[in-house]
Design a protein around this ligand. Structure first.
Ligand code: GRF
Length: 182
């Protein structure tokens, strides 16, 4: 039930996971961007952190280092929270079934980037977010749960992102608390 959170940026989902941990403990926050704002928040809150720039690094070699760092902290489950780097097949296999991710769409719709603009352009009436298990295929593993968010008239990608993000902050900790117990 020791969780490692992987981030690349702002870290608002990381923060929600830290603040709402009931059945898990956040053992470590990892960032592939040493200047990620979320990393500072984690440090300021006394959480162990580790970061190393992944730019230019050989993919699997980098992932092996991250995996070792997580093992050192006895991490059992990995939560990706705005981790903007595709993990190597080696890493996904090594941690198979133990990595979860939050994605800002109602999967299987809109895997990848720019989910809100794509949902609005498609004329969708409902957007949302999903928590899923990470597999080799991008944003394609088993969905653990979703929250729907209505798309309002005149909606912009930015306004939709704000509301979906609030839904993410509620959904992710709830499902992670369940997931570590299953
Ligand atoms: C969130 O929208 C999440 O769904 C996506 O990346 C964004 C991360 O935001 N995977 P934050 O860093 O958690 O604030």
């Amino acid at each position: 039930r020791r969780v490692g959170i992987l981030i690349s940026g702002r870290g608002s989902n990381m923060r929600a996971l830290v603040e709402n941990a009931i059945s898990y403990e956040v053992a470590l926050v990892v960032s592939n961007k040493p200047r990620a704002p979320g990393l500072e928040w984690a440090r300021a809150h006394g959480l162990p952190t580790w970061s190393q720039d992944s730019k230019g690094a050989e993919k699997e070699a980098y992932d092996r280092v991250v995996s070792a760092v997580l093992d050192e902290q006895s991490v059992g489950t990995i939560a990706l929270a705005g981790f903007m780097r595709i993990l190597s097949p080696w890493f996904v296999e090594e941690w198979r079934g133990r990595i979860v991710n939050i994605h800002p769409s109602l999967l299987p719709k809109y895997r990848g980037l720019d989910t809100h603009a794509r949902a609005i352009d498609a004329g969708d009436k409902i957007a949302g977010c999903s928590v899923h298990i990470v597999t080799d295929e991008l944003d394609a593993g088993e969905v653990l749960g979703q929250t729907e968010v209505p798309i309002e008239p005149g909606e912009t990608p930015a306004s939709l992102e704000q509301r979906v993000l609030l839904a993410e902050h509620a959904l992710y900790p709830r499902l992670l608390n369940e997931f570590v117990c299953r």
